[in-house]
Design a binder for this molecule. Sequence first.
Ligand code: PEP
Ligand code: MG
Length: 873
Amino acid sequence: MGKWVYLFEEGNASMRDLLGGKGAGLAEMTNIGLPVPPGFTITTEVCNLYMKKGEKVIEELWPMVLENVRIVEEKTGKKFAAKSGLPLLFSVRSGAKFSMPGMMDTVLNIGLNDETVELFSKESSNPRLAYDSYRRLIQMFGDIVLDMGLQPFENELESLKAKKGIKYDVELSADDLKELIKRYFDIYKKFNKEFPQDPFIQLRMAIEAVFRSWNAPRAITYRRINNIPDDLGTAVNVVTMVFGNMGDDSATGVAFTRDPKKGDKGIFGEYLVNAQGEDVVAGIRTPKPIIELKKEMPAVYDELLKFCKILEEHYKDMQDIEFTIEKGKLYMLQVRTGKRTPGAAVKLAMDFLNEGLISEEEAILRVEPSQVDFLLHPRINVSSKLQSIAKGLGASPGAATGKVVFDADLAAKMSDEDVILVRPETVPDDIHGLAAAKGVLTARGGMTSHAAVVARGMGKPAVVGAESIKIDLKERLFTVNGETVKEFDVITIDGTSGNIFKGVAPLIMPELSEDLKNLLSLSDKLANIQVRANADTPEDAKRSYEFGAKGIGLCRTEHMFMAQDRLPAMQEMIVAETIEERKAALEKLLPMQREDFYGIFKEMKGYPVIIRLLDPPLHEFLPKREILKEEISQHEKNGEKDIAEKKKRLLRRAEALKESNPMMGFRGCRLGLVYPEINEMQVRAILEAAAKVMKEGDRVFPEIMVPLVGHINEIRFVREKLEEVAKEVILEQGIQIPYLFGTMIELPRAALRADEIAKYAKFFSFGTNDLTQMTFGFSRDDAESKFLPVYLERGILPVNPFQTLDRDGVGELMKIAVERGKKVNKDLEIGICGEHGGDPESIAFCYEIGLNYVSCSPFRVPVARLAAARATI
Ligand code: PEP
Ligand code: MG
């Protein structure tokens, strides 16, 4: 193990693993010349060692801490545990590699005791500040280091304020604070604990407490939710205290170098005059917007602007900073990459690209596919008549509807229902409730309050600081403007506007912003794998085209037959007892199909459209047998003989088509091999529609896909028959129509024999829904509700293979199919049209094995476009 302790000037931004995010930021700011109070960082390695070996590690660490304290004393000209002069005080702050908001602990004002507090009071000529700092130390030390909790201290503070008849902490005088300190020490007695008067013992115990807090339940929960490994450990930062509560020329605040909600330029933040950092983050006092600092302290404001610009240009990204102003002097206490809403992420990526600060590739990597997904989430339809019952700050955009729940435990328990967590304010202990809820509403706090920060990070809607709602936790209800909302009543919150509605509000789908469109065009430029859509209707096709699909990868024709006006003809076809009868029924379906295809071709404006021949078992088009039986007896009772007879025929056919295992039954190409007339009608409809489009002067490129092929003879027989139809139509229409025949690869046998199959297929499309089903032997209709949850919970499988491709098994078959298929036809066009086509992880795999495109539902197309580019980069 290398060095254990680093002075800020010894570290830099690249040392996040060792110094944690906060430590690396403090080091980097120190080195680029920004005013950071002197201090040092104990590495994450020491934390990990402490977890293994305990107390012994502190013994070994201690002389190094003392040496660094001595150096800081020299720099500041102050003494820790001073006997005279202004005493040096420290804050001890945790800081892991990844920011974990509010998860770990901070202790301020270390170094104060009964003696140094007097020195501090005298030398600063500010007794109130001295005693307030001391009582904060005693409180934090009791809460965080000695595990006594915050509540006993809060209770004393409230009771003293009540006794004095005052509302705000700042109204407490130095004498009041002395009295409070006495009361605080009584609490220690009650707990049988002692407050260490020796500053060095305070420091040592605080460092140990930070190490321990790495394994506090709330930190573990946060790591689990955010996939942060448990063995990273936290660093400990020991920082010289500066005071934002030294009077009206002092302040503390937080700022983002740009707006984290919309991504707009200009610093965005809040500050509190005469306050300490915790007051801002805790959301207890309502801070002022940063722009007011321009009026109150113009010189400091200008300096802050300058520092923000330096930091942005240095880090080439939007930063989130904490600062303190002590008697007019600005200190930087933290810098980190700012969390942002998905909308802001897109805007910031494009702005930084346009400002020449980052490359095109970097811009793509700045936005997660899940953020694009979020942008396609519903919003509340503002033109609806629904009246909002209250308004707070829209802290994290998107709309959510759910049952009101007043505590985090209950929200977590109800995780399979849609709930909105409603709290006066949230604290880190509420994290499991926030994770389970669809959205969060708080009565107090600002844009940087805990609820706001955490919700933004999780991409969930949040409305905070809705001060007009009065929450009664005992009665479990809230009231607002004469309305009462009880626990389990349904509300809708709009995290964009901050509005709160009773009941379910109508939602609309959002438009793609200009920035998002540009980001996605850039994605298309950089991606080496295309994105198509699964679309069954002209409307779906239109949406797919608008969302940027470069074709249709799967048009499932069966949905066209399900429509009410078509089902009777389809049923006639199924119950037909002779070829003639069947052909007559198909004649009725032909014009309908032709019209569908024509509409789709027109919408896709010449991009390829893959149309799949009928796939599902025929019984899916017939009414359920039990229902038919009931209807027949009803018709017989009513004396409606003819109708009863017709239905009996349907019933007989349904009985005949009954299968014990329909998913592995009479479906896919098997249908067309037994009843070729169905396929013939479909091919005719496709090509006649294509001819019509071409005659209108538009381009068209149909690809005809045969489903569920497993054996070379299946595709060969189907295709030979259908090529005849194609020739016939082309002759009739007198126009050369470009078209391809291809197949789905959705059976393991098809993957293994892909070289043979490629002789008869110009394209392959992986049907990974069936391929997953058939490879695992898991029913795609039942597995997810029966045993898969248990598999995932127990880690038998790492992820749901119906959502994310199983690279090792299903993926291996795909690889084999690609290799063998391309050996026979190097120009074979290969794509995927199972659900996995919209999953970023699976898209990356498809790119790796050399697919030409992925195809997914229209709403996933933008997500897939970004994921395709990220896979390529
Ligand atoms: C598949 O099996 O992956 C596929 C796309 O076809 P379907 O879902 O219609 O069976
Ligand atoms: Mg399938």
